[in-house]
Design a protein around this ligand. Sequence first.
Ligand SMILES: Nc1nc2c(c(=O)[nH]1)N[C@H]1C(S)=C(S)[C@@H](COP(=O)(O)OP(=O)(O)OC[C@H]3O[C@@H](n4cnc5c(=O)[nH]c(N)nc54)[C@H](O)[C@@H]3O)O[C@H]1N2
Ligand SMILES: Nc1nc2c(c(=O)[nH]1)N[C@H]1C(S)=C(S)[C@@H](COP(=O)(O)OP(=O)(O)OC[C@H]3O[C@@H](n4cnc5c(=O)[nH]c(N)nc54)[C@H](O)[C@@H]3O)O[C@H]1N2
Ligand code: SF4
Ligand SMILES: [Mo]
Length: 689
Amino acid sequence: MTERSRTVLGTCHHDCPDSCGWVVTVEGERAVKLRGNPDHPYSRGELCPKVNRFLDRVYSPDRVLTPLRRVGAKGEGRFEPTTWDDALATIAVEWSGRIARHGGETLLGYHSAGTQGLIQMTSLDRRLFAVLGASRLDATICGSTARVGVELTNGTGLGPDPLDIVHSRFIILWGTNTRLTNRHLWPFIEQARSQGATVVVIDPLRTITADSADWFVQPLPGTDAALVLGLAHVLIRDGLVDEGWVRDHTVGYEALTERVRAWDPVRAAAHCGVAAEEIERLARAYGSARPALIRTLIGAEHHEHGAELLRTMACLPALVGAWRDAGGGLIRSSGTWTEEALLDTVLPAGAGTWDTRRINMGRIGAALTDPALAPPITALYVWNANPAVTAPNAGLVQAGLAREDLFTVVHEQFLTDTARYADLVLPATTQLEHLDVVPAWGHLYLGWNEPAIAPLGEARSNTEVFRSLATALGRTEAWLHDSDEELIAQKLDLDHPRLATITVEGLRREGFQRLDVASPLVPYAEGGFPTPSGKVELASPRLAELGLDPLPGYTPAVEGPEGDAALRARFPLQLLTPKTHPAFLNSTYSASPRHAPPGGPFVELDPVDAAARGVAEGDEVIVANDRGRLRLRARLTGRVRPGVVAIPFGWWDHQHAGRYGANALTSDRLADAGGGIAFSDTLVEVRRA
Ligand SMILES: Nc1nc2c(c(=O)[nH]1)N[C@H]1C(S)=C(S)[C@@H](COP(=O)(O)OP(=O)(O)OC[C@H]3O[C@@H](n4cnc5c(=O)[nH]c(N)nc54)[C@H](O)[C@@H]3O)O[C@H]1N2
Ligand SMILES: Nc1nc2c(c(=O)[nH]1)N[C@H]1C(S)=C(S)[C@@H](COP(=O)(O)OP(=O)(O)OC[C@H]3O[C@@H](n4cnc5c(=O)[nH]c(N)nc54)[C@H](O)[C@@H]3O)O[C@H]1N2
Ligand code: SF4
Ligand SMILES: [Mo]
């Protein structure tokens, strides 16, 4: 280091389970190096192909660094620079006028997890939108359907510490592409493997994780619940159930036994497309290994019956008593450990409540185009998100964004496909330019993020913009103007036992601190599940009270392999649109030439489906359904099975030959619970272009 250089500790902000620690070297005013923090116990000095070149992103010539005012048509992307004063004054006039005319609910804030920091993801925004009486956003596009599903069985989303996977001896990676999406967990899985663990991947796609597994099981999409019922059948039939644990810590075992009696492997196989013999083998291997762990993330929930699947899947660890062991049980997002130690800081006591209507973010296209929605959404403020690319049914989303009467503000680092529709684009800081504390949903460390450099150009952080908006709107309540330090202090419940050893000074000094929970973390070895019965609810009295099936089950998706016959006759192939590229993070980085793989987007088909359509490797094809139509290159990679096709998710519209990306085709149907979206229950047909 030269005399003028210093290092600053930070944490990656991306919507990624890994929340890696980093170290930034700064010379003068400029960040010159960004490396993984070698001291971070989870990421251990490594970042990833997305973030290794983060400084290119920070200093990219394409960054939006001044406010922009639209001069072209919506979506065209023609803007001219303007000033913050002008932009804020325009917003104040537009919002006030529209609220006066339609009421507060005409305004909607739309965000996702562009940064998932405690204060920059969502904090002051909620206060401002609350006092304005704006519509509330159901931010359920990722994770909430799985959470609700698991909670129906266990009463909680809590599970083991992901790092305890080293203790596992049988690991099922179920609907998660660990090596791509959760890459820092992989070395711990390898460690378990070196100690004898078997790694199973269950995925309709042969992913890079499947390639590295000991055993790859390839069901048809959306049919896993049938597979689970078949597994449960064998576990019970063959005496592989931990009867003592089941007796002490579950309810409904007899009813479940009765239910799965009819689900012998032959019947299960007929629905899920996994051979009966393989179901038998998998059940016996899972039922005789200890500790046995199921790890799942998001892929399995993006289905019409995603909650049903997760609720059903969550019965397996209880049946075999896997919760007894360090490294046993079920892990999905481990963010719940942190969330429960945070305070809800929307409105201070006495400042009223915020109980306006809710708009589901996955249904944003429908909400923006519904002529019956009263009041209509006439003002939209987007930050931390790129819904034109990432929300389902993109044609509808973009039809909504194109509405002339919609006043749209997008706060962004880059001119995304969403920003192109904005009336005003506001320049956003990057993680190097603002303060935050970053929680994790893939491990149990809180990360500190000290700003390494001053905001570039005229960029402002999310919290700073909400303070500016409050001023522009003449709001003088002190709590609309709290500083970032104050917001962090308000959010961390330092009296919570899980934060007992965490301090703001400690976080700042070390860069990360672990939640104060046991290690290894075996929370339910002796039961004590927070369900009404205190037990794992194999049969759920709560579901029964709602008039729903109290038992785990399998319901075929309407837009799935066993769905609506008329639809299937027209669109016989099921489309998956997963995360595929190691250098993309959702739609982030895909517009950057150094991140995007050469050749652009493509559709993968099985050679049998391709031959039936006269399609050869590299041919141009049309992939279509009633929602949209894409022109893509066909690839016959052998990664999908007959009846299934896959298009990588994340590319921007202009990178496709037609007008839209993969989400032009995806279903925006709501999942069965939790407000998630059935992205992966989407039927299409493919033909030569
Ligand atoms: N490199 C990279 N990393 C990322 C991201 C990224 O875009 N790029 N995104 C981040 C985000 S926001 C998230 S939520 C996580 C998601 O992490 P994951 O859940 O691991 O990723 P997904 O691609 O959503 O889905 C995982 C797998 O689920 C499979 N799947 C789909 N339907 C089914 C089914 O019916 N049954 C089964 N068994 N599997 C099914 C898909 O084929 C896919 O391979 O990744 C995070 N990490
Ligand atoms: N077809 C299909 N669709 C999917 C998925 C899929 O697997 N397939 N996955 C779904 C999932 S799991 C998720 S989580 C969503 C993700 O959906 P999005 O969150 O909309 O996706 P990102 O590409 O991560 O967009 C985040 C944006 O926030 C911006 N940003 C980053 N930091 C900041 C900041 O500090 N301030 C502001 N104002 N902006 C910032 C980035 O530049 C980026 O454009 O997509 C969903 N959509
Ligand atoms: S995107 Fe994920 S893997 Fe990459 S540096 Fe950030 S947290 Fe780590
Ligand atoms: Mo996500």
